[in-house]
Design a protein around this ligand. Sequence first.
Ligand SMILES: Cc1cc2nc3c(=O)[nH]c(=O)nc-3n(C[C@H](O)[C@H](O)[C@H](O)COP(=O)(O)OP(=O)(O)OC[C@H]3O[C@@H](n4cnc5c(N)ncnc54)[C@H](O)[C@@H]3O)c2cc1C
Ligand code: HEM
Length: 371
Amino acid sequence: MDVQRLKESFARVAMHGDAVPLFFYSDLFLRHPETRDLFPVSMAAQRDRLVHALARIVADVDNLDDLAVYLKGLGRDHRKFGTVAEHYPAVGTSLLATLAHFNGPDWTPELAADWKAAYGLVAQVMIAAADEDAGTRPSFWDATVLAHELRRFDIATFRLATTEPLAYLPGQSVSVESPERPRIWRFYSMANAPRDDLTMDFHVRMIDGGALSMVLTRGLAAGARLRVGPPVGALTYAPGSPRDVLLIAGSTGLAPLKAIVEQISGLAAPRQVHLFFGARTADGLYDLADLEKMADGYPWLTVVPAVSDDPGFRGERGQLPEVVARHGSWRQHDAYVAGPTPMVEATVAQLTALGVPPSQIHTEDFGWSEP
Ligand SMILES: Cc1cc2nc3c(=O)[nH]c(=O)nc-3n(C[C@H](O)[C@H](O)[C@H](O)COP(=O)(O)OP(=O)(O)OC[C@H]3O[C@@H](n4cnc5c(N)ncnc54)[C@H](O)[C@@H]3O)c2cc1C
Ligand code: HEM
């Protein structure tokens, strides 16, 4: 397989932007109408995900170890969509038709053979991981909402219970689907360490016009049914680490970091933990009362609330990265950062500038920005 040739041909295709997924999905749904029912009614959000996923695969095609981890996760995760092995050749045919179309005269028999081989390999890894998973876990978990609380008009916390046990690590996330928005799955981080009673807590911020966050914040009540996918994510704390811990949460980015605080509270010898919790205005610090209670109970925990756009706020003021930098150099800490994209990016840049080694910085980027 000529890796360079694959990359160049993909770059030629990606140049065409939204036309690429439009061509691909229309080709797939015309040739295989039965696959349409697997996808949401509106395809808008899925469009750029496909091109992103392909870009990620092509970029990593010469880094097979990382690529295999990603593809196995993706294959396992596709079980909840109802994807089965028989669907893969259909997707492969439409993908090749799309690549051929946008490569135009550059589409040679050699290039076609390389793409066919590459797709075959990707599909094989995804299918094998899904098959292995099918022997051990359900493709999704049914869950019931036990309690729901609107903390601000656009921020809610809720607790659900799954009907079957779901093993996960503190800091991980699951995808969630509501019958109000069939086939729309979005990721949310558990805000607690695993419990024996099968309950899990979530913190959700409403995104303007967002398909699912709107339902989970303003359209949910006790008794509502949800579906939950398998746990994902590597924002996890290794209890054996000799370093103290720095946690930096923007808005509902608090959820996975609160789970890590709970995990540390269960250890025999907890390290010192600094938790920075930032929002634009004081009412965005929706869980501060609970965090302060935790800090009162745990001598190893320091909570620093920070607000950027509220001159009347009596605590730390400024953007989270600046506030964090004012409190130390953090070079000897394990850092965990979660929340909106601009906040995560700016915080990582700040920590790197302070000299924190990249291997000590762990992130979960929620993919949205503050309105
Ligand atoms: C691993 C992971 C864990 C996550 N955990 C959490 C969590 O615990 N809590 C939480 O609240 N969220 C979390 N998210 C984000 C969540 O998955 C959804 O992306 C979010 O809730 C929006 O989904 P939606 O269906 O409402 O919006 P969609 O219908 O998917 O629309 C979102 C679209 O709006 C765009 N957009 C971004 N910012 C704005 C904005 N300010 N105004 C308008 N549009 C915007 C985005 O680019 C995107 O295209 C997590 C994301 C990931 C990847
Ligand atoms: C090389 C093979 C494939 C790749 C790289 C791929 C990639 C992806 C990615 C990255 C997502 C978004 C995941 C998320 O955010 O949760 C996704 C979603 C999805 N995929 Fe695939 N996929 C592949 C094959 C298939 C096949 C064979 C099917 C079955 C027809 C399929 C059906 C779906 C569905 C239904 C969704 C959800 C759509 C949505 O949420 O809007 N995929 N895929």
